[in-house]
Design a protein around this ligand. Sequence first.
Ligand SMILES: Nc1nc2c(c(=O)[nH]1)N[C@H]1C(S)=C(S)[C@@H](COP(=O)(O)OP(=O)(O)OC[C@H]3O[C@@H](n4cnc5c(N)ncnc54)[C@H](O)[C@@H]3O)O[C@H]1N2
Ligand code: MOO
Ligand SMILES: [Mg+2]
Length: 419
Amino acid sequence: MRSYAEHRRAVTELLAPLESRLDAEHANLSGGDALGRVLAADVVCPIELPGFDNSQMDGYALRAAELAGAAPGSPVRLPIGPTSAAGDHVFELAPGTASPVMTGAPIPRGADAVVPIEAADPPSFIGISGARHDSPVQETVGFAAPVEPGAFVRRAGSDVAAGALLLAAGTRLGPAQLGALAAAGVTAFPVRRRLRVLLVSTGHELRPPAAELRPGQIHDANSTMLGAALRACGAEVVEAVSPDDAASLREAIADAAGRVDLVVTSGGVSEGAFEVVREALAPLGVAFEKVAIQPGGPQGLGLARFDDEAALPVVAFPGNPVSALVSFELFLRPVLRRLEGLAPDRHRATLPLAHEVVSPLAKHQVRRGVVDGDGAVEVGAPSSHLLHAYAQATVLVHLPVGVDRLPAGAPVDVWRIDD
Ligand SMILES: Nc1nc2c(c(=O)[nH]1)N[C@H]1C(S)=C(S)[C@@H](COP(=O)(O)OP(=O)(O)OC[C@H]3O[C@@H](n4cnc5c(N)ncnc54)[C@H](O)[C@@H]3O)O[C@H]1N2
Ligand code: MOO
Ligand SMILES: [Mg+2]
């Protein structure tokens, strides 16, 4: 029997070549299709950011040297020059004056510091006339302390220089990265195309979720569930099929060979008399193994090779819904996250158990749980048909090989699944 780590390594190795298959396509900033995509090439910043020296505060722009002797008992008073508001053109500051400058507005040429309005006398712009830069110089403003050159000035290029690397190839585009592209005026950029997946659910008992059920039939939960899990990891489910028998399963996979990068199946991998995935794919080279995990014990993995030399990687999960989704979390999500430019594992933590648990000594058991108000983990029942309980869970709880009983309070490794 394979260990959890061995199977995880085998899945990672089988799917490692996928990254090189994800050639570039263009994405646009507008329309929402860029969120979550991964840059296929470096993006250089075409302009400097900020684009010009501007103020960090609402205040007065002035020459720092002119306040050198300012003190509470002997303030320096300067005539007020024209105002620089956000969006204004830059103008020249006359020596010996201070100009009102607003946050984000250009620093007038000649000024080298900003004194926030709260530190000026009067400490507000109310009553100050000459609001725009074409107004005549009038009134005065007092300063009771010196100011360092450069104070509250946001220098041109202090965030990124023109021609510098803005975002590196492999970066996942989240809100901050899209914001940086927008700020730089980069509206189109190359991203990796999405991984294309054929999703196969098997089982004669399965009916679509909208169907009426005859006795013995059940709704197909795995197609919806695994489809959602794949899409949430940036993949495209090119086709979702539910073949009746081994021959039609082989045909569906052969058909998809030119169009998809990966086949994910659920069901039909265990020891029953009608294990359609096993029957169809073992002759093509997919290996079916028992892995020392619970749930998710029976697993299929390998390249399905066809006569015409075409080959497609197949990851075959067991049909029990909890087993299928836990298998996705353990084996496929880490690979898909890497392809998405993310660290392979979701957020992990070590938390105390809220109560005693028992677990099979020889298996790596993954239970579904919730974190209680004290930060302790309440662990749910292990059975792999309990999908409703999975839908309430916020963590997967890992109980490794060698553990058969843990008391309340014992620390356990958990993966958060509620992000
Ligand atoms: N004699 C043995 N029997 C079983 C073993 C074993 O080692 N020896 N392993 C058990 C384990 S563990 C699992 S897990 C399952 C795996 O079964 P299969 O992958 O062959 O899946 P099926 O037999 O097709 O279905 C199992 C179960 O899941 C339900 N199912 C399947 N597909 C869906 C779907 N799309 N949506 C909702 N539910 C689905 C199906 O109705 C069955 O109840 O084998 C054990 N048996
Ligand atoms: O491994 Mo099965 O997945 O226990 O139910
Ligand atoms: Mg079966």
